[in-house]
Design a protein around this ligand. Structure first.
Ligand SMILES: [Zn+2]
Length: 441
């Protein structure tokens, strides 16, 4: 189990403040709880869940609202160090709590990348200073994310890295990936992969198919994702080390994962909101806000991903929040960077993609945003069990809100959902017993 580096500096905080959240619909999938009751927080811990006949210094009335474990997003890009004009750990953390996330995992493809213990400690320090959400980080698998030599995985694991990935790139050389898996197996930390065979993907900028042909843009064949994933599954069969497939986007890929799971291969996977809501057709106006990697695929792929979610094959929902400057995204489609900034509207997007069509109910959705992602990164979170750290999200499930990218706390505006009207609004976000976000200010 990973030590909670974020709160260590707060240890001196010996408050016994009581915070009582009353009359909400408490959903705690890890403990099979879905009932109207109260949650009592004492200091920074969950003290009790149930019908509580008591008062407290602070009372939050939550009738009509959902009270859930703090949401967890295991795939965000906070761009610090190196691209602080796009996002910082402070701005990303503020966006995260406004979106209900009490823990996020930053990807290591910063400049320079997160590849040794000092880098990991730097992220933790910045997160503590921001005092918003818990920011964990993955470390790079290889030095410079170049896919050749392994990075200092052992030291990073010791410093609290919750996984390893060269995200943005896949590890191309199977021998390097095999070595990475064997090495990571010694620390019990997950190896995550951005599955993309660069020789197949070449210089593609969108899904390869009918639309890339008529738009005259180079395509990324789905095989780029599936070939690397297939290869990795063979490596995982051999090493039996926990492997996580990031942002799965194709029907073929999710089938490979389902089959591997049937064989008890230790594989988990995540799906993003954009791969559930948008298709290659959206690239039709050459709008670079739809340029993302892996690319937007087809309706058939969306159906396959949704079916897999309904069947329990998918372990987590993650945004892959990838902020970019407007000046960069205003380049032509070929030259613009890949990425969608969606952290701040993600809950509504998940509701649109999964609850409204009846793929999941609320407990099902919350499970994929709490208990399951916590298990993937091995942190003792994602539940409201007594004694656990008091990370809690309060959601108004019926409130409608219009996505306004201009009002994002994130520094970036590259959001293709700008102007969409979505259901479900985060009302309060409580991190370690402190209200760190409140919709009413
Ligand atoms: Zn990626």
């Amino acid at each position: 189990m990973i030590i909670d580096y974020f709160t260590m500096s707060n240890k001196q905080r010996t408050t016994n403040n009581e915070l009582l959240i009353k009359n909400g619909r408490v959903i705690d999938p890890a403990n099979g709880v879905d009932k109207e009751c109260d949650v009592l927080i004492v200091g920074d811990k969950i003290a009790a869940v149930g019908k509580l006949e008591k008062s407290a210094q602070t009372i939050i009335e939550a009738a009509g609202k959902l009270v859930t474990p703090g949401l967890i997003d295991i795939h965000v890009h906070f761009r610090e160090p190196g691209d602080e004009e796009e996002e910082t750990i402070a701005s990303g953390s503020a966006a995260a709590v406004a979106a209900g996330f009490t823990s996020v995992v930053a990807m290591p493809n910063t400049r320079p990348p997160i590849e040794n213990e000092t880098d990991v400690e730097y992220i933790h320090r910045k997160a503590r200073q921001a005092r918003k959400t818990h920011v964990y980080t993955m470390g790079a698998i290889t030095r410079g994310r170049e896919g050749v030599e392994l990075a200092e995985m052992g030291f990073m694991a010791e410093a609290g890295a919750v996984g390893f990935t060269d995200d943005g790139n896949g590890v191309q050389d199977p021998a390097v990936m095999l070595r990475a898996l064997k090495y990571a197996g010694m620390f019990d930390v997950v190896v995550a992969q951005h599955c993309q065979d660069d020789r197949i993907a070449a210089n593609g900028v969108m899904n390869s198919g009918y639309y890339s042909t008529i738009l005259g843009l180079p395509g990324i064949d789905r095989l780029a994702e599936e070939a690397m994933l297939w290869r990795d599954i063979q490596l995982v069969r051999k090493t039996n080390v926990h492997y996580h497939a990031q942002h799965v986007s194709t029907a073929g890929a999710i089938r490979l994962i389902a089959d591997a799971k049937k064989d008890s291969v230790p594989i988990t996977c995540e799906v993003t909101p954009h791969h559930l809501l948008l298709t290659e057709e959206n690239c039709g106006d050459y709008d670079t806000n739809f340029k993302v990697n892996p690319p937007l695929r087809t309706q058939k792929d969306i159906e396959a991903l949704k079916e897999a979610i309904a069947e329990g094959v998918v372990d987590a929902l993650a945004t892959d929040h990838a902020p970019h400057l407007r000046s960069e995204k205003e380049l032509e489609f070929l030259a613009a960077p890949f990425g969608i900034a969606s952290l701040e509207c993600s809950l509504g997007l998940y509701v649109r993609a999964l609850i409204e069509p009846g793929i999941l109910d609320w407990p099902g959705l919350i499970r994929l945003l709490t208990e399951k992602p916590a298990n993937i990164i091995g942190v003792d979170k994602g539940t409201l069990a007594k004694g656990k750290q008091a990370d809690v999200t309060i959601i108004d499930p019926d409130a409608e809100c219009r996505v306004d990218a201009a009002a994002f706390r994130s520094k970036s505006r590259n959001c293709p959902y700008d102007g969409w009207t979505l259901k479900a609004k985060v009302d309060k976000t409580i991190v370690g017993g402190e209200v760190r976000f409140s919709a009413d200010g």
